[in-house]
Design a protein around this ligand. Structure first.
Ligand code: CMC
Length: 428
């Protein structure tokens, strides 16, 4: 219980509300009894000041550029850990022992195949369908194929469906890509790592062996780590809200994918690279910076700005280092990287971006790396979805396991007409 209160004076009456302190981070005023005691709602469109849940997974200090998963800094996880280890950490509270990691990796590896009939589901899509459109559909359809793991009240069902989602996502995303280019789907190869398997299913062909480049496998695995979870972002909140009604996990993750697709969220990596290619050469940068600052122009610098980070996004720092690593490994370069670098430098020295505390976010450099590896821009957000599935299922599990969990049901500030009588058609 809290021993500190915040007091609101409304219509002459004082209401005391408990103030909670998390393990770290801002104090949180508990307004749950606010309506019952005052008859008034609070108003916070976009949830800029509202904690929607209690969570022990991920902590962000946006002012300091800190991101922790279960207390571990993202920079340390990106440097020393693997995506499978981070997935285990998010799902299970602690880093795994070697045996626990082996068991977890084994389990995930054994769930990578898709029901054969689900593979036929792809044929219903047009060849030019966006991979995210396919993923929304196919992931939602998992609930029609894996009935044996949809009882959300059963922890074992929740665990199996979580493992299935994490394991099948690379197969689903790779198949979406293969379908778009008219190549045969490749079945998973269980002798490969999670990320190596995804690379092979995406870029391999049945006619010849696919050689995995270790530096690329490591770089992509790190990109997955950087995207694994990000506390109560829009898609995670969507998954929680969908899950709060008791919907099955596959449907909830499909809802998360739909939300992630938007250019203000996961779609920004695709939009950022498209923007950099449109800018083309560094001499055009000032023109685009002016456009981004112009209130009458809808153009924004994609991959810039964040609701929470008002200092450098720590994931962007790792991304920028990874660009060089990938270029060196593949012995390639891309003029778009120089454009990105100069755009970042110019924006960071511009008063508009300084005043509004707008910095590059995780999506600014990720597209440059993914493009160098060979992914088309339309696959970028699909890769984000693949990695974020870990965070979505971990957050969903945390919510369902909470005995106090309620259906999410926000209220509103109603500004429509007050009650009036129906007007018959001939009188209108
Ligand atoms: N370019 C130009 N101006 C910007 C930008 C930008 N990228 N981002 C924010 N601003 C301005 C905005 O116009 C506003 O100005 P004013 O106060 O004068 O109206 C101010 O900065 C605050 O912006 P906001 O839209 O109110 O802030 P928000 O917290 O609602 O939005 C955001 C955050 C990420 C949606 C926004 O910064 C944005 O649209 N960025 C570009 C898209 C992007 O890169 N998204 C990826 C986010 S990171 C990955 C993820 O979480 O999915």
């Amino acid at each position: 219980m809290s021993d500190k209160n915040a007091t609101v004076n409304l219509n002459g009456a004082n209401l005391d509300m408990p103030v909670h302190q998390g393990s770290v981070g801002p104090e949180v005023v508990d307004i749950r009894k606010f309506y019952a005691q005052t008859g008034a709602f609070t108003y916070d469109p976009g949830f800029t000041s509202t904690a929607s849940c209690e969570s022990g997974l991920t902590y962000i200090d946006g002012g300091e550029g800190v991101l922790l998963h279960r207390g571990y800094p993202i920079g340390q996880l990106a440097e020393h850990s693997s995506f499978m280890e981070v997935a285990y950490l998010l799902l299970n509270d602690e880093l795994p022992s070697q045996d626990e990691l082996n068991d977890f990796t084994y389990t995930i590896t054994r769930h990578t195949m898709l029901h054969e009939q689900l593979m036929q589901f792809y044929q219903g899509f047009r060849r030019d369908a966006h991979p995210m459109a396919i993923m929304c559909g196919v992931v939602g359809a998992l609930s029609a194929f894996y009935h044996d793991s949809t009882d959300i009240a059963d922890p074992e069902h929740r665990k199996i469906s979580s493992h299935r989602l994490i394991a099948k996502m690379p197969t689903i995303a790779a198949a979406a890509y293969k379908y778009s280019i008219g190549q045969p789907f490749l079945y998973p190869d269980n002798s490969l790592s999670y990320t190596g398997n995804f690379l092979r299913m995406t870029f391999g062909v049945p006619a010849e062996p696919y050689e995995i480049h270790p530096a690329i496998e490591r770089a992509l695995d790190r990109i997955f780590i950087l995207h694994a979870d990000h506390e109560q972002n829009a898609s995670t909140s969507t998954v929680r809200l969908a899950g709060s009604s008791g919907a099955n996990p596959f449907a909830c993750i499909a809802a998360g994918i739909a939300c992630l697709w938007g250019p203000a969220h996961g779609g920004a990596n695709e939009a950022a690279l498209n923007m950099l290619r449109e800018i083309g050469t560094p001499d055009k940068i000032p023109h685009y910076i002016e456009r981004a600052k112009d209130k009458n122009d809808p153009f924004r610098l994609m991959g810039f700005g964040h609701r929470v980070y008002k200092n450098y996004d720590p994931r962007a720092t790792v991304m920028q280092e990874t660009v060089r690593e990938v270029f060196d490994a593949l012995k390639v370069t891309d003029p778009v990287f120089e454009t990105a670098r100069q755009l970042e430098e110019m924006a960071l020295n511009d008063d508009y971006f300084k005043e509004k505390k707008l910095f590059p976010n995780v999506d600014f450099y990720s597209g440059v790396i993914l493009s160098a590896i060979g992914f088309p821009t339309t696959m970028f957000t699909a890769l984000f979805a693949l990695a974020r599935t870990v965070g979505w299922v971990a957050q969903w599990n945390e919510m369902i396991s909470d005995p106090g969990q309620k259906i999410g049901r926000p209220r509103q500030l109603y500004t429509g007409p007050t009650q009036r009588d129906y007007i018959p058609l001939d009188k209108r």
